[in-house]
Each structure stands twice: as C-alpha cells, then as structure tokens.
Design a protein around this ligand. Structure first.
Ligand code: UDP
Length: 378
C-alpha cells in the first residue's frame, strides 16, 4: 500500500472528527486525512433515505439537534438550516399514552387527578419526602427523590433496566438529570433548548460540507491501529474508544449498544409522534421511532416506516458509555497512559472521552480543541 502523507490524521468521521477537520483545513490550511471504519461518513449522526418509502431516517437512532450554546449554533448554521421540529416524547404504559418527560398532564393522568401546578408539586413533594437525600448516590436514589415510587416504577425503572442492562442502583445519578420534571404543561423534551430542529436536508449533507475542502481526504472501510506504518503524519486525532486503541491493557470499558429493526407499514401514520417509549418489561425494545414525523415539512407517500430500538451489549458498536466509577477509573488510566506515551495523539468525542455527549456538546468540545490546537500546535 502506498504511503499517505498528511499533517493531521483523524480517526473517525463523526461530528468531533469532521468539525476538527473543517477547522484545521479551512483555518490552518493543513492537510487532513480522515480514516473511517464504516463505509459512510457521519458516525452515529448518519441519516439516509429509505428506498421503499422515501422517508429520511437516522440509521443509528433519532438524532434531534438542540442547543442552548450560541457559539455552537453560530458555527453549525453555516452548514445547515433546521426545520421547525420540536421534540416531544410519548410513553405507552399499560396501553395508555402519557407525556414524557413527566409533566402536569402525566401526573394528572397517572393518578387520575385534576391538579393545578401547585397542587401537583405538593402532591409529588409528599410522595418523595421519605426518599429525600442531600447527595443521591445513584440513578435510583435520584429518581425516587424527584418523582417518588409510583412514577418511577411505571416509567423509569424498567425502561432504565432495559436500556442499560443494569440495576439502576449501579448507574450514576447524572443519567436521570437528563430528564426534566415539570409541574406545568410544557411537553418539549429538552431542558433548555434555545435552538432545536432537524437539519432540513438531513445530517449527511452537513458532513459533506464539513469535509468539502480539497485539503481533506476521507478514506472509508479503514481501521486504525498504533502500529500503522503506511500513514506519515504529524498529529493523530483519535475519536474512537481508548481501550480498543491500547489493546485493552487496563481492562474493557463497558458500553451499551442498540440494534434497530425496521418495518414498513402501509398507512400514512402509525403513532402520531417521532418517538414512543415502551417502559414495560414485556416489550424487549425501549422505543419505536417513526421518522416521517421528523420532517413534517416534506411530502411523503402513504406509507410509513417504524423502527424498534433494542438495547444490548455489544462492544463493537459502542453507543452509550456506562459512566460509573469503575469505568471512569479505567478510562482515566487509558487517558493518562496515552498522554504520557503518545505526545502526538489528541483525543476527543463521545467515544474517546467516554462521555454521554449530545451533538451540541460534541461540537463545543471540538471547537475548544481547535482553539488548543491553534495555540499549541503549528
Ligand atoms: N428514561 C426512562 N424512561 C423514559 C425515558 C428515559 O427511564 O421514558 C431514562 C433512561 O435511563 C435513559 C435516561 O432516562 O437512559 C436518559 O434518557 P434520554 O432520552 O436522554 O436518552 P437517549 O435519548 O440519549 O437514549
């Protein structure tokens, strides 16, 4: 194989890698080679058109762009516009449909009440009194002190066990913090989204634009290892899992993965919503996606596509870091080892940082890293 000469070798073509590639090529005018093990760009942010229905879907689960970070949006808007989609989730429990995250309507429907906001708040306060703690140690403690036992058992406990394959007492409380609890009728999913929507022309167009500078070369179906000799470069930006990179020398990092099963339904609409959660154990899947609802501005045919999401263990397709103390310790050993032994390797992104980043956090982290590169690397 002939030698590839590049200034920066970027391993992985997800958001983190492609944002850095764009910055380095356009601002520093350096040559960038991205190597990607899959046959497409975009990491798990990849969207494509289903051939039979014409519906655009997110191959690795619904990705809804949302941010409260103006810098991130000022950057991303150069590469896409967003449609008017605002994320709302429903949860199906004992054949009834509830709003999720839990809000006033969920509480009234679940307890068959007619509370106003204050009454609902006092009612839940009463339910959570015996669980209150200064420092909740894990997911379950945090959930119980926020919403009490009944709502926890119905909507959260089993969903979480299916999603993570673990007892919620063994999970960090930070995961529960992702879900807001509301005593009003607000039914939007994300806590503080100033900007929210789905890229008008899908995610893949963003990646094509990010990597459009001729200084950037993307090579597909190519794995990376530290002994690779055919690439001569000054710096490596590695965005994959660190345990794999270093031959698992400090043990395996735990990841949660997901599998998707697609089905076409011969009618215009299946569930009225882009995502419905299924918290009960009798369903092996956690949620059903119906991607036509992500693009209400498009004219689709009278067919719809549904995608069931099945969580599972699979370290070859890592999605979610299991961010407990044990794994954080392993991760920090890998990080220290890398920075002590490989001065020319820069790491980042959801997989390399072993962090539950949303897309906007990934972009923010890449822009920060670019500032570091600009100052410290010539
Ligand atoms: N969760 C739950 N029930 C739900 C929705 C979420 O128990 O109906 C819990 C679950 O543990 C999940 C976490 O809240 O992993 C965070 O949910 P989020 O929707 O942010 O997860 P993601 O979309 O990133 O998979």
């Amino acid at each position: 194989m002939k030698k590839i000469k590049t200034d920066f070798l970027i391993v992985g073509s997800g958001l983190y890698g492609c944002v850095l590639a764009e910055r380095i090529a356009n601002k520093l005018k350096k040559k960038v080679t991205i190597i990607e093990k899959r046959n497409h760009i975009g990491g798990n942010c990849y969207s494509e058109i289903d051939k039979l229905t014409g519906i655009e879907f997110h191959k690795y689960g619904s990705h809804i762009f949302h941010t409260s970070n103006k810098n991130v949006w000022n950057y991303l808007k150069k590469f896409t516009s967003l449609n008017n989609y605002k994320h709302q989730v429903l949860s199906k429990y004992k054949s009834k449909i509830y709003q999720m995250p839990i809000n006033l309507k969920t509480i009234n429907q679940f307890y068959d009440k007619n509370f106003n906001s204050l009454e609902a708040e006092n009612f839940i306060k009463n339910k959570t009194k015996k669980f209150r703690k200064k420092n909740p140690k894990n997911f379950e403690e945090k959930a119980l002190m926020q919403i009490g036992q009944d709502l926890y058992k119905a909507f959260i406990k089993n969903y979480t066990e299916k999603q993570w394959g673990k007892n919620p007492k063994k999970l960090p409380s930070s995961i529960f913090n992702r879900l807001p609890l509301r005593f009003n009728d607000n039914k939007t999913y994300f806590k503080n989204a100033l900007i929210e929507g789905i890229p008008l022309n899908g995610y893949t167009e963003i990646f094509k634009k990010l990597t459009s500078n001729p200084l950037i070369n993307v090579i597909y179906k190519k794995n990376f290892n530290l002994r690779q000799k055919n690439i001569v470069n000054n710096y490596i930006i590695y965005t994959g899992p660190l345990d794999k990179l270093l031959g698992y020398k400090f043990g395996k990092l735990e990841w949660r993965s997901v599998k998707f099963k697609k089905k076409i339904i011969n009618k215009k609409n299946f569930q009225d919503n882009s995502v419905v959660n299924y918290p009960e154990k009798k369903y092996k899947f956690t949620r059903i996606h119906e991607p036509r609802h992500l693009h209400e501005e498009r004219k689709y045919k009278n067919k719809t596509l549904i995608i069931k999401e099945y969580p599972q263990l699979n370290n070859d397709e890592p999605y979610y870091p299991v961010n407990n103390i044990k794994n954080r310790l392993i991760h920090s050993k890998y990080r220290k080892y890398l920075s002590n032994n490989y001065k020319n390797i820069i790491i980042g992104g959801r997989l390399a940082d072993y962090a539950y980043y949303d897309m906007d956090m990934t972009i923010a982290a890449a822009l920060n890293k670019f500032n570091y590169i600009k100052k410290n690397i010539k």
